[in-house]
Every structure is written in C-alpha cells, then in structure tokens.
Write a protein that binds this ligand. Structure first.
Ligand code: PMM
Length: 263
C-alpha cells in the first residue's frame, strides 16, 4: 500500500482559529488529525518553498518546527522535517524526526548530506534547479523524465558518497520545482524513469498550480484536493512509494479504491 505523508505547516496563521491556539498548538492538533485520518508520516515545514515565497531565518524556522516535531514524535508518529537547512535538519532529528525532506536534494546547503549521514535519519532528495524565486528560468528540458532522473541519480550518488546508506534514501521528482505546467504532466507520465533509479519514490502534487491549470482558474481548495487524490492514485499506480498531501482523508479513500480495484 502506498504511504501517505500528511503536510503540517508550522507557519504563523496557517490554522489560526481566532487566536484560541498558539501556532504550535494548532499545528500539533492538525498533525494529530491527519494521523487519525491515516497519515503514515507527518511532514513538518516552517518555511514555504512556493514560487515567490519569502525566506525566513534559520532561527525562526527552528522556533516554528521544533516544538511541533517534539510533540508529534513523542506520540510515536513518524515525522519528517521539510527543510533546506542542515542545522534545522540536525535539530529536528534530535527532536525526534526520522526523515529529512530536502526539496533541493542537498544542493541548497552544502552541509546537508553530511549532517544527515551523521544523524542516521532517512533523507528525501527532491529534484531542484535553484531557489523558488527564479526557478522558472531553469525550466528547460529535452525529455523531462529522463533529465530529472539523471539529475536525481547524481544527488543519490552525492548522498551515498557523504555516507548515507542507500536504504535510507528516497527520491522525489519535485513536481512544480523548475517545471512548467506541461512539464509537470510530462514528468508524471514519465515517472517510470524516476522509479527505475531504484530508491523509494515520493511524489508531491497537492494543491499545486498545474492542477488548477487543469481544472480552471476558479478551482477552489476542495476541487484541488479531489484532483490531488486522483494524481496521487495515478502516481501510486506508476510506482510511487509515497504521496505527500494536504488532504489525507481524501487521498486515503482514493488509495483504498485503487487497492480494491487491484484486488
Ligand atoms: N512540495 C512543496 C514542499 N515540500 N517536499 C517534497 N518532498 N515534495 C514536494 O513536492 C514538495 C515538498 C511545496 O508545496 P507546499 O508549499 O504545498 O507544501
């Protein structure tokens, strides 16, 4: 059965409900809800990597994510930390995270791969060609699946060279990162190139802009979540080991239907 990673944003106001909870408390409550809905892993992030998003300081990132990781990990829940920073990755593992989710595949912080090797955590290496601010300038591909797989192969080799055991490595094609809408669909269609690399494959399509482009400009969050459940099932069918989503309940249902179909 394909694993489901539930997205927990430890960012201010993400789940604000009139100030009744502090930001950390509402992120923990949201994580517990996603776990109850069937998330296998909770992915905690304190900095948005979306196009045009502002960077936050490493100290602020850690202030946001560490208390949330500590509380969710203490519940026995497998937790990953979504970060580009080696020092945040190390502190997160000390707080109980078992996986480091680096959308840059270790490229953003030169210390990242060595830090993860030392920590003993698993690592998800994303396909990335540079910061979100100008990533579309780098969206040039011949055959996107083959090129993404080739660049991920280099990141896997770098991770192994840094001392991370191959069994601890996960690869992610980086849907939406330095890819146009058409290239994202081509990449998903060619996911077998990434699956053929060997490591477990994680795919994140949740609420991304290319889905809205398929649905129409007026698509709201609920419609994008339904579309995400569909792409997550298709990714599972194409060999993904895990999908990273906001709406865990819908994706769990969709994967259960796929499981029934497959018998
Ligand atoms: N996408 C985002 C953030 N983190 N991590 C992985 N492994 N894969 C992704 O595709 C990915 C990610 C950006 O989306 P968000 O802002 O909705 O979380």
């Amino acid at each position: 059965m394909t694993a489901v990673w539930g997205i927990v944003n430890a960012t201010p106001d993400s789940f604000s409900d009139g100030g009744r909870y502090s930001d950390a408390e509402s992120a923990v409550a949201h994580g517990l809800l996603l776990r109850a809905q069937g998330a296998d892993v909770l992915d905690i992030g304190g900095e948005s990597t979306r196009p045009g998003a502002e960077r936050v300081s490493v100290a602020e990132e850690q202030r946001r994510v560490l208390p949330v990781i500590e509380r969710l990990a203490a519940e026995g829940i497998p937790v990953s930390v979504d970060t580009l920073n080696a020092s945040t990755a190390l502190a997160a593992v000390q707080a109980g995270a078992r996986i480091v989710n680096d959308v840059s595949g270790g490229l953003a912080d030169p210390e990242m791969l060595a830090a993860v090797a030392e920590s003993g955590a698993d690592i998800a290496l994303g396909h990335w060609r540079g910061p979100s601010s100008d990533m579309y300038a780098r969206a040039e591909y011949g055959r996107v699946g083959r090129e993404v797989a080739g660049e991920l192969r280099e990141r896997v080799a770098a991770a192994a060279a840094a001392g991370i055991a191959p069994s601890r490595i996960i690869v992610d094609p980086g849907v939406g990162f330095a890819k146009t809408t058409g290239q994202n669909w081509d990449l998903l269609r060619e996911l077998s190139d990434v699956v053929a690399l060997g490591p477990r494959v994680l795919v994140g399509t949740s609420r991304k802009r290319f889905l809205a482009d398929a649905l129409g400009a007026d698509a709201d969050e609920a419609r994008k979540d339904l579309a995400t459940a569909v792409t997550s099932v298709l990714a599972a069918r194409a060999g993904a080991w895990a999908v990273r989503v906001h709406d865990v309940a819908a994706t769990r249902d969709a994967l259960a239907v796929l499981g029934a179909w497959d018998g």
